[in-house]
Every structure is written in C-alpha cells, then in structure tokens.
Design a protein around this ligand. Structure first.
Ligand SMILES: Cc1cc2nc3c(=O)[nH]c(=O)nc-3n(C[C@H](O)[C@H](O)[C@H](O)COP(=O)(O)OP(=O)(O)OC[C@H]3O[C@@H](n4cnc5c(N)ncnc54)[C@H](O)[C@@H]3O)c2cc1C
Length: 268
C-alpha cells in the first residue's frame, strides 16, 4: 500500500506573532517542530505499513527550514520524503497550499491512502486535508480515531464526533485526517536519526510540479488577510482573594447569588 502523509512544520510555541501590516506570520526567532497531529498521522501510516506492506512517503510544503521536519519524518521511519519549497509558494492560503500538495501527490503517487493531521496548531483551519482530497477527486473522512482494513479495497474508520463515534466505510484511494487518540507516536531511533541526517533530499518547486504562478503562492490564494488584531477580552474576570478556602467559597457564592446565577438551593 502506498501511503502519503502530509506534514507541516509549525512554530513550537503557542505564542505565534503576526505582522499586523502584512498579515503574515513572523517566523524569525521562533523554534519549529512537526505539527503534533501530523506525528499521529505518520505513526498510523507506519502501523498500516507493518500490517499491509508498502511504502510511506512524507510530503511537506514550507520554507527551507521545513527540511528539518522531513528529516525527522525519515528518522521516525518514513521511506521517502517530498520537500516542496519555492519562494513563490510564500503567503499561500489553505487553497494554494492544498493545490501544491495535491499536485505533489499526483506527481509522486498514485497513493492508496493519504493521511493528514486534523488541523495545524498555527493556522488551525482544518481545511487543507479535505481540500487536497477534493482536488485529487478522492473521498475523505475527518476526525478519524481508528482505521481498519477489510482487505477488499476499502477502509473502515471511526470518527470521534460531538455526540459519539461515527463509523464510515470509504473506498481506496481516500484521504483521512486524524485525531491524537488514534495512536501513541513512537520516538525516533538513533540509527534512524543518523540515516535521516545523511539522506539526500531533493526540493520540488512550482516548475517541477507543473504549477503555473497563478495556481500557488500569493497569486494562487483566493483569500487575503485584511486585518490582524488581538480580540479584546470580552469577559470581566473577578479574582477572589481570601485568607482561607472557606472564606473564598462563601465570597464566590455570594457573588453568584447577587448576579442571580444561583439561589439558595444551588445553580439555577
Ligand atoms: C491570505 C493568507 C495568507 C497567508 N500567508 C501566510 C504566510 O505568508 N506565511 C505563512 O506561514 N502562512 C500564511 N498563511 C497561513 C497558511 O495559509 C496556512 O498555514 C496553510 O495554508 C495551512 O493552513 P492551516 O495551518 O490552517 O492547516 P490545517 O488545514 O489546519 O492543517 C491540516 C493538516 O494539513 C496538512 N498541512 C497543512 N499545511 C501543510 C503544509 N504546508 N505542508 C504539508 N502538510 C500541510 C497537515 O497534515 C495538517 O495537519 C496565510 C493564510 C492566508 C489565508
């Protein structure tokens, strides 16, 4: 089974700074790591490879420093990587990102299964996976927490949704976006790390993917960031400072009662 895993390099902290003028992310000075959910997608691909055979290929689009994410994917056990990096990919929105990844899947595939994280910790739209599937014309499922193969060319998945677990059966090829409950990612081995450091990595750009300048990067992005701002705090928190815990609880209950949120019997 040929499996592609979409891997995004993200800042390694929640403190993402934005340039309020250009509306883009300030990456300088920020550490970087593989998007945590993508590690679960990669782990699932490695587990499927163990049971079904085949190859795992990790694909990532990003600036030159995103190479580190792909080397880590190799250290974790990916058989091959595809690095999509071109200054003209800069400022891609989710549509242009998906277009680039879909073109790379078409060029380097065909793949029976494409796995992605449910969302990235920085952009956090959760759009890229489903967009790639639509562009490739394959079915997809999101919020996947379990994957099973029936050996008849289809895959059965469990989706964790708000009111429980939903089961879906999809024909291959298909794309799945995964949640963290799906597995526990393994650590890279020392020999894996050494091999990954030595591995030759080729870079693909807009021309080698056969994309025209209006299909990727800023020119291929139908959305624009018009304004970036920190939302003002809508709540007006009050902190109860008290000498002992009982005093604090009494003060809290008095406040809730005065606001009509509870009565003497308890919460209204
Ligand atoms: C108008 C506009 C301009 C932007 N300009 C910039 C910019 O200049 N610089 C910048 O850093 N960001 C920019 N962004 C954000 C950028 O578009 C998103 O980070 C990117 O498209 C992915 O979206 P996301 O983070 O919401 O991913 P999600 O959809 O939340 O990611 C879901 C999954 O898709 C896969 N995936 C997502 N992105 C990639 C990738 N690059 N490679 C491989 N797999 C991936 C991963 O498996 C990930 O877990 C811009 C966004 C907009 C709307």
């Amino acid at each position: 089974m040929q499996i592609a895993v979409l891997i995004k390099q993200v800042p390694d902290s929640d403190d993402v700074r934005m340039d309020e003028v250009t509306g883009t992310m300030i990456r300088e000075g920020a550490g970087a790591m593989i998007n945590p959910l993508d590690l679960h997608a990669l782990q699932e691909a490695l587990t499927i490879r163990s049971s079904q055979g085949g190859e795992v290929v990790a694909l990532s689009m990003g600036p030159p420093q995103a190479e580190a994410a792909l080397r880590e994917a190799l250290a974790l056990g990916a058989d091959a990587v595809v690095f999509l990096s071109d200054p003209r990919f800069a400022a891609s929105d989710t549509w242009a990102t998906a277009r680039t990844l879909a073109a790379a899947c078409e060029r380097t595939g065909p793949y029976d299964l494409i796995l992605a994280g449910e969302k990235a910790t920085d952009g956090e739209t959760g759009q890229v996976g489903p967009e790639v599937a639509v562009m490739l014309g394959v079915p997809f499922s999101t919020y996947v927490s379990r994957v099973e193969f029936d050996g008849c060319g289809s895959v059965e998945v469990s989706r964790t949704v708000e009111d429980g677990i939903e089961r879906q059966k999809l024909p291959l090829p298909c794309l799945l976006t995964v949640l963290r409950d799906i597995n526990e990612p393994a650590m890279p081995t020392l020999s894996g790390k050494k091999a990954a450091r030595r591995a030759a990595l080729t870079v693909q750009g807009m021309d080698s993917l056969g994309l025209s300048p209006d299909e990727a990067g800023l020119a291929g992005s139908p959305t624009r960031v018009r304004r970036i701002f920190r939302p003002s705090l809508a709540r007006n928190p009050r902190i109860f400072k008290a000498g002992d815990i009982e005093e604090g609880i009494v003060a809290l209950f008095d406040e809730l009662e005065s606001r009509g949120l509870i009565d003497e019997q308890g919460p209204s």
